[in-house]
Design a protein around this ligand. Structure first.
Ligand code: B4P
Length: 189
């Protein structure tokens, strides 16, 4: 198994770059943002609870996302590996992921962290908000709240993987293709 974490602030390009990794590496894509939006679309109790937090630019509780990831890992025992996109977003989630993967006899091989300046993040998300239908992409104040939440709770997760010798940091500015080439180089390293 090859297991990668794609990491960065909201709008860094995690979902965008995941599509190329799926195409080239045949890994299973696990995006907690996508999983939560599926729950919202299906009108489940979990989705209803998550929606108000997501629309406010806040993280949903750790136990909710850890439960979703656990069930996806258990239902895909023969996967070639996983791309974790938008997960883990807290140290508690990173700890839980290590434990879950250990139980499957595997581990995270590499975290790719994409650095993008704050104003570029805001510009990208507002642009996507024009036609994505995502409430959390349409309001500058909510986008800034998401970035604050990232700085406070998520940015420390990079150190968690740095301490394990697994962190690869890349510049997330440039064309989508040029950033993908940097990711490929980081994965191969
Ligand atoms: P996510 O769905 O993960 O949303 P995101 O951070 O905005 O990233 P996404 O992958 O969608 O966007 P990308 O950067 O690719 O999370 C949404 C919410 O769900 C969170 O706020 C939280 O409430 C909740 N949540 C999710 N996971 C959670 C967890 N583990 N714990 C707790 N809560 C959780 O792309 C952004 C835009 O930039 C796109 O329009 C793209 O086209 C554009 N773009 C990408 N690369 C570009 C480039 N190189 N140049 C120009 N534009 C580019």
């Amino acid at each position: 198994m090859v297991n990668l974490v794609l990491f960065g602030p909201p709008g860094a390009g995690k979902g965008t770059q995941s599509q190329y990794l799926i195409r080239d590496m045949g890994l299973l894509h696990l995006s907690t943002g996508d999983l939560l939006r599926s729950e919202i679309a299906a009108g489940t109790k979990l989705g209803l609870e998550a929606k108000s937090l997501m629309d406010a630019g806040l993280l949903v509780p750790d136990e909710v996302v850890i439960g979703m990831i656990k069930s996806k890992l258990q239902s895909n025992p023969n996967a070639a590996g996983f791309i974790f996109d938008g997960f883990p977003r807290t140290i508690a989630q990173a700890d839980a992921l290590d434990t879950l993967l250990l139980g499957l006899g595997t581990s995270i091989h590499c975290m790719i962290s994409m650095a993008v300046p704050r104003q570029e993040l805001i510009d990208r998300l507002l642009l996507r908000g024009q036609d994505s239908g995502r409430a959390d992409d349409q309001d500058r104040g909510i986008i800034e709240q998401r970035i604050e939440e990232y700085m406070l709770k998520t940015a420390p997760v990079a150190d968690y993987y740095r301490n394990q010798g697994k962190l690869q940091e890349i510049d997330g500015l440039g064309t989508i293709q040029s950033i993908y080439q940097r990711i490929q180089a980081a994965v191969n390293a």
